[in-house]
Design a binder for this molecule. Sequence first.
Ligand code: FAD
Length: 298
Amino acid sequence: MKLKEIYNSNKPVISFEIFPPKAQTADELSVKINELFLELNVLAKFNPAFVSVTYGAGGSTREATLDIVIKLKKELKIQPMPHFTCVGSSRGNIIEYLRSIEEAGIDNILALRGDPPKGETCFVKPVDGFGYANELVEFIKANTNLGIAVAGYPECHTECCSLEADVENLKKKVDSGAEVIITQVFYDNKSWFNFLEKTQQKDINIPIIPGILPITAFSQIERIIGLSGCKLPESLSQKLEKFKDDKEAIKQIGVEFATNQVNELLDSEVSGIHFYPLNKSTAVKAVLENIKINSLSV
Ligand code: FAD
């Protein structure tokens, strides 16, 4: 089912994002993928509209992403959505990959520019490739029938000088053919509402889906803040600091916070919630069991 149809439901839909596990050998990868599918089996009962699969930095998981996508469709009968970045790919490589996605019967793709390769500070446009996600979106639109999702940043992309400028750039992706925006993780719903206002001012009228990542460990949230620059509400920050040495308490705080955050977003009539389970089911399952399930299209 294409993204446009998925988000045409009168109730919010849920989706999950997973990443191809890291492994040294093919055997180890196969074991880890089986473990991942056990976790996905748990989440499958919540009837996700799709599961998206990330594309490793520099195309490092190109084949693994496609293998997992095909397995999701075949074995779990879940609609997969591969991510794809411009990193290291020429137009020719991109067309080849898009064809393999379409041949596998995939309906949608998440189109991204990607981060600069490790050790480099700015993104360098690949030879005969693209420098920004909006160019990739335009190319996918012109060459395939895939539904296209793109990334949005409620607290501004780390390289951009202001949220206003970043939303202007987001509008370019929408004008190029994006049908849905999925956001980076955020914890302060004030940032979300402020972002929505800015997108409305720029006449962005496609579904915008909040990205939710329940906190499960203190070190994990420190890493996420470092990578994404997301801000924590003061009360959450204080609670986490107080219990930082108590692993179980942190997990409980994470689930409780995400439950309240999602409930507030559902009350504001979002079209969907995109969860980042980080390949584990426990925390997201707990949140889904807590929230107003009747308000979801499950
Ligand atoms: P763009 O939309 O191109 O934006 C990049 C920067 O350039 C921004 O600062 C923007 O304001 C600016 N900009 C955009 N267009 C223009 C323009 N036309 N002119 C001038 N400036 C412009 N990374 C991965 O490697 N693999 C993944 O699977 C992956 N999945 C993700 C999923 C989600 C939901 C999100 C939110 C992020 C994901 N990322 C992933 C991270 C993403 O690749 C990085 O955040 C990357 O730095 C930006 O990608 P983008 O598609 O948002 O880029």
